[in-house]
Design a protein around this ligand. Structure first.
Ligand code: BES
Ligand code: ZN
Length: 456
């Protein structure tokens, strides 16, 4: 054990109580009512980074502030590691099915429970504590370190994208490490080499000018809820594929070698059942579950609403119906192109008995792939071997991290996606948690990673 790892072990309880402070701030980026909380989380993070010896600042943006911090004391001959994370979280309230208050973290059963524990406060904080441990135990870091922590990841991340394009010099580095993902199980760490992209829009179907008496007008007015259901029913074919013409045109074909590699990711049908609670799998039967999640695009209805949902009967023809729709994309699909294909198709199949409006959301990100044959990747592999205690497997991830593509394109550096969480940690859902031992192993892994980058 290195002296930095000893320091981390000795201060483990304090590290977690500091994390609790950050978890108590409801920094929900998608809801503008929480803007002040996002600012508070940014300030807390900057103070934390300053308190461990970095020069840190809160950078205002058009929306939620960025946090930037650096320690460049290793000198110009040593490499620079850029560490990215996000302090913003998904919305959460007790009524969503939480056993405890989402913004009052508790430790129970070896886990910390609370919104943002694993996505992503606990994961990026592991790197903060690794840096503190190295600085305190050894008086210096083996490499230069820059932190960029954003507050809009869960809602599109426009501000950081703009910052990266406007100030690439400030973020210049030799490698970027991101811990905002998950591994197959505690014993088998995972390095993600591909993420999916995303695009999202909202469809509103308008019928009559207001809710109508269904006895007086039903059967003469095309019910918007029904019309929307008819449209939605045409978005997929019976075999589970997306019916939008051209949807698959640019999808990169999955090679046989890669399919063989992906089979090594330990994810069974039973694990899928336990994770989802759904009766049985659905989707493209030509692809395994792992392939469907990582390498195939999807079109999802994220929400639908219409009409009356209160107690008892209310016999109406509702005025309108809406649906929120998003597509997960794979290489080489372009988010704007796919959105246009989907929207054109919806407009083409929309009946003339209703009026359809579509609003595109700002989220839109392509699907980055990471080169796995780089020296930096070797450092990451050794970090997991020595810090976590097991060699990682490589997998594709179904989620999206909008900034990864910008880091690759603008900063031209390798990105290492090194998760310290689990798929079962309840990300975006109720009872989100992070395993306490995984938080601490994440700190150890980060310490080893920084040492390994210096040794390259
Ligand atoms: N941490 C997730 C992405 C993720 C999930 C990576 C699971 C690995 C495993 C991230 O915070 C997230 O949820 N991103 C959004 C981005 C979107 C709103 C643009 C996503 O994927 O939905
Ligand atoms: Zn996240």
């Amino acid at each position: 054990m290195t002296t930095a790892q000893q320091y981390a072990l000795k201060h483990a309880n304090r590290f977690r109580s500091e994390l609790h402070e950050l978890l108590r701030i409801p920094s929900v980026s998608t809801d503008k009512d929480y803007a002040a909380e996002c600012k508070k989380a940014a300030e807390w993070t900057a103070n934390q980074l300053a308190s461990i010896g970095l020069s840190a600042e809160v950078i205002p943006t058009g929306r939620h502030p960025l946090v930037y911090a650096e320690w460049m004391g290793a000198g110009p001959d040593e490499p620079t590691v850029l560490i990215y994370g996000h302090y913003d979280v998904q919305p959460a309230s007790k009524e969503d099915g939480w056993d405890t208050e989402p913004f009052e973290p508790v430790e129970r059963d070896g886990k910390i429970w609370g919104r943002g524990t694993t996505d992503d406060k606990g994961q990026f904080f592991a790197h903060v504590k690794a840096v503190e441990s190295l600085l305190q135990a050894e008086g210096r870091l083996p490499v230069n370190v820059k932190f960029i922590i954003e507050g809009e990841e869960e809602s599109g991340g426009e501000s950081i994208a703009k910052f990266v394009h406007d100030h690439p010099d400030r973020l210049a580095a030799d490698v970027c490490v991101i811990s905002d993902g998950s591994m197959a199980n505690k014993g088998i760490p995972v390095i993600v080499y591909a993420l999916r992209g995303i695009t999202a829009f909202e469809v509103t179907v308008y019928g009559p000018k207001q809710d109508l008496h269904s006895g007086m007008f039903g059967g003469t007015v095309h019910n918007p809820a029904q019309a929307l259901a008819e449209i939605i029913s045409k978005l997929h074919k019976e075999d589970g594929t997306v019916a939008v013409p051209g949807f698959y045109d640019d999808v990169r074909i999955l090679g046989d070698n890669e399919r063989t590699e992906l089979e090594k990711v330990p994810y069974t049908r039973q694990a899928w059942e336990a994770d989802t609670g759904a009766p049985e799998p659905w989707g493209e039967s030509d692809y395994t579950i792992q392939e469907r999640i990582g390498a195939r695009p999807t079109l999802e209805i994220n929400g639908m609403a219409s009409g009356y949902w209160g107690n008892g009967v209310k016999a109406i023809v509702p005025e309108k119906a809406w649906a929120k729709i998003s597509c997960r994309l794979v290489a080489d699909q372009d988010p704007a192109t796919i959105s246009k294909l989907c929207q054109d198709y919806i407009m083409a199949i929309a009946p003339t008995t209703v009026r359809v409006e579509i609003k595109q959301f700002a989220v839109g990100t392509s699907s980055p792939q990471v080169d796995i044959d780089t020296p930096m990747m070797q450092a990451a592999i050794r970090a997991y071997e020595k810090g976590w205690g097991a060699a990682p497997v490589f997998k594709r991830e179904g989620g999206s991290l909008p900034i990864v593509g910008d880091f690759q394109k603008v900063l031209q550096i390798p990105v290492i996606l090194m998760g310290f969480g689990l798929n079962t940690d309840g990300l975006h859902g109720p009872n989100e948690h992070m395993h306490i031992d995984m938080f601490h192993k994440g700190i150890d892994t980060s310490i080893v990673f920084l040492n390994e980058v210096a040794a390259l």
